[in-house]
Design a binder for this molecule. Sequence first.
Ligand code: CA
Ligand code: CA
Ligand code: CA
Length: 384
Amino acid sequence: MTSVSVFIVQVKLAVQQAGFLRHKRGYVKIRGMPVKGGDVTAHRNDAKLKGEPNDPLFDKQWYIRNTGQAGGVPKLDLNVGAAWALGYTGKHVTTAIMDDGVDYMHPDLHDNFNAEASYDFSSNDPFPYPRYTDDWFNSHGTRCAGEISAKRDNKICGVGIAYDSKIAGLRMLDQPYMTDLIEANSMGHRPDLIDIYSASWGPTDDGRTVDGPRNATMRAIVKGVNEGRGGLGSIYVWASGDGGPDDDCNCDGYAASMWTISINSATNDGQTAGYDESCSSTLASTFSNGKSGYRDAGVATTDLYGECTTRHSGTSAAAPEAAGVFALALQANPKLTWRDVQHLTVLTSKRNHLYDPNGEHNWTINGAGLEFNHLFGYGVLDAG
Ligand SMILES: [Ca+2]
Ligand SMILES: [Ca+2]
Ligand SMILES: [Ca+2]
């Protein structure tokens, strides 16, 4: 009895972990077969320039270099080539994908997989491999990973925006319910090894849900920005939401947090996508789907089981692109704090050709004299 009572006295707080719902963004049932990674002939651009990546899907990656593919507007892209030309490819930077797992056996990902920084919080083991389902439901994290860190010049799939950076898998979305502790443990995982945390999920996007980080998760985020990266602060990149005009990302406490960088999406011709939400917390935009009616207008990236896809979409596809651009920036200047990365985002993003086809959200000048739009934030991220 004595030892039990001593133990009880030492427990200062016990919190029942209640389950709640968190949804991955941009999941659409996959129609048709995935694109075969080795099918070079189907994707070859015969007019290849010297020094071009030899990866078969590179020419479909209009978010990296938009030449007008799939009905897009040329040069409406992340200007990644300018950063590559300066020698920045994401070396020594690790981005964690907080999602449904990462296919780290994928031939386009395994060389850049950071196993030491990875963990499976859905199953409590060190192997964040996606759980098999026959509808490829758990392809989300693998698709996000390829946008950032797919290997260059290996003739497989495409090229990651930061193709020399490392990817960590934090599997944490694939259990019946989310808990505060799973979120907190994920967002605080190995901040000594992980520089950027990318999240393409959040509260239900139904226009009626107001929700955000609970107690332990909030503490983890605050600890991350104060102590992560040796005190420079962990970078948290967030998909702003797929609820469409009936939802509002200000009601999403993850996207709206001052400690996250919330990213919306645009199509390859500069329009807002139908699922985009508007709010004041969106800092910048990257890209998701292309123009409707074009077969390869989606985001080309790695897919489960060694495959590739050209159909990744949603603000889910947008957040990892931003993480990739930030990985390039952190290689260029590893001393950037979490606040610096926000300043860089605000000061260098471009309006480019972005516009709201519904005419509801126009570009305005804010108090600092910068162009801003509640759909697109400060505009397209510019890696250059
Ligand atoms: Ca596992
Ligand atoms: Ca590749
Ligand atoms: Ca939402």
